[in-house]
Design a protein around this ligand. Structure first.
Ligand code: UDP
Length: 379
């Protein structure tokens, strides 16, 4: 690019809504505040999901998206882990030319030699070198200084478009009275655990809004790629649960407009799987947490939230590995009504103010990065 011409930035989100959503927010910032143009290059294992289409469709027209040809994952073993699936989806056996923004489409076979034969040492060396992040001039971190001292970056969230039912229901609830329960874009529980959670919420006598997905006893993250629920949504809940909690609780299938739910005045707590986006969104809205980590780095986030910055309570699993209904009821009551809940809520309030300060100031690090991209001389 010429020094003053806008930079054209290619963004490659790895699969999962939790990766696409924050990058969409970054793209909007780069367009609105730094006049960049953006192309999303999106890997996929099938056609785009409803949620993906809705996020991409809500972006300004200056942000383009290109879907890479779907990767066939049907031959993977049954116990394949999510990290393997993600990596295989973004590692590309391309049949069509690779469309790299700003370049002529190029056949995979034309890419650099060492990328061609994965069994060869040269390929391993290529990976080794490209992994040495330490030599890079900088690393972008999705966080802010007061939350994590070593890194600083700005972000803002604009809520999604679905789920007006939840928001209407929240409008009718008392201020700060509702516990929002959600396990991110992919988290699911076993049938036994769902039963305990349902009965625990019922016993707690708290108001709740629960994004409840079908149980998946085999793999806890199987819906990571596709959040659309295909079955009768609530046949897995305990008998009579919906009737008994009617009015006090609302259960929604698959997806809720989480940032809007968290910033709604009626929401007073969040039982979360501790995905990083969920963590940031609750901080921005000042909503105290109950942590229930499931996979990926969520246990580390839960540890930080409970032990370090102390804005969360954590229920304990019993001997059989399940978190029991009494424990859930106690922790839910504790957060919404108890003394410990009050302390946690106050600390979260302070953190919310710190987040607001970050969001209201011009973000130096992003401006600096955009300036560098603009001035980059491409060979
Ligand atoms: N999300 C949402 N509605 C839902 C579930 C998730 O809007 O019902 C959004 C949530 O606001 C967040 C993202 O999906 O932006 C989930 O990201 P996170 O890092 O918390 O967890 P992951 O899904 O990657 O495990």
């Amino acid at each position: 690019a010429q020094p003053d011409s806008p930079a054209h930035v290619a963004i490659l989100p790895s699969p999962g809504m939790g990766h696409l959503i924050p990058l969409a927010e970054l793209a909007k910032r780069l367009v609105h505040q730094h006049n960049c143009s953006i192309t999303f290059v999106i890997p996929t294992d099938g056609s785009p999901s409803k949620a993906q289409r809705s996020v991409l469709g809500s972006l300004p027209t200056t942000i383009r998206s290109v879907f890479l040809p779907p990767v066939n994952l049907s031959d993977l073993p049954e116990d394949v882990k999510i990290e393997t699936t993600i990596s295989l989806t973004v590692a590309r056996e391309m049949k069509e030319p690779v469309k790299i923004p700003g370049c002529l489409p190029i056949d995979g076979g034309e890419l650099l030699d060492p990328a061609q034969d994965r069994k060869n040492d040269a390929y391993k060396w290529l990976l080794y070198h490209t992994k040495r992040y330490r030599l890079a001039e900088g690393v972008m971190v999705n966080s802010f200084t007061d939350l994590e001292k070593g890194s600083s970056t700005g972000f803002a969230r604009v809520p999604g478009v679905e789920g007006s039912e939840c928001l209407k229901w929240l409008d009718d609830q008392p201020h700060g009275s509702v516990l929002f329960v959600s396990f991110g874009s992919g988290g699911t529980l076993s049938l036994d655990q769902i039963t305990e959670l349902a009965l625990g919420l019922e016993m707690s006598e708290q108001r709740f809004l629960w994004v409840a997905r079908s149980p998946n006893d085999a793999v806890s993250n199987a819906t990571f790629f596709s959040v659309d629920s295909h079955e009768d949504p609530f046949n897995f809940l305990p008998k009579g649960f919906l009737e008994r909690t009617k009015g006090r609780g609302l259960v929604v299938p698959s997806w809720a407009p989480q940032p809007q739910v968290l910033s709604h005045g009626s929401t007073g707590g969040f039982l979360t799987h501790c995905g990083w986006n969920s963590t940031l969104e609750s901080v921005v809205s000042g909503v105290p947490l109950i942590v229930w980590p499931l996979y990926a780095e969520q246990k580390m986030n839960a540890w930080m939230l409970t032990q370090d910055i102390k804005v969360a309570l954590r229920p304990k699993a019993s001997g059989n590995g399940l978190i029991g209904r009494e424990e859930i009821a106690n922790v839910a009551r504790g957060l919404m009504e108890g003394e410990e809940g009050k302390r946690v809520r106050n600390r979260m309030k302070d953190l919310k103010e710190a987040a607001a300060r970050v969001l209201s100031t011009e973000d130096g690090s992003l401006s600096e990065l955009a300036r560098r991209w603009k001035n980059q001389k491409w060979n």
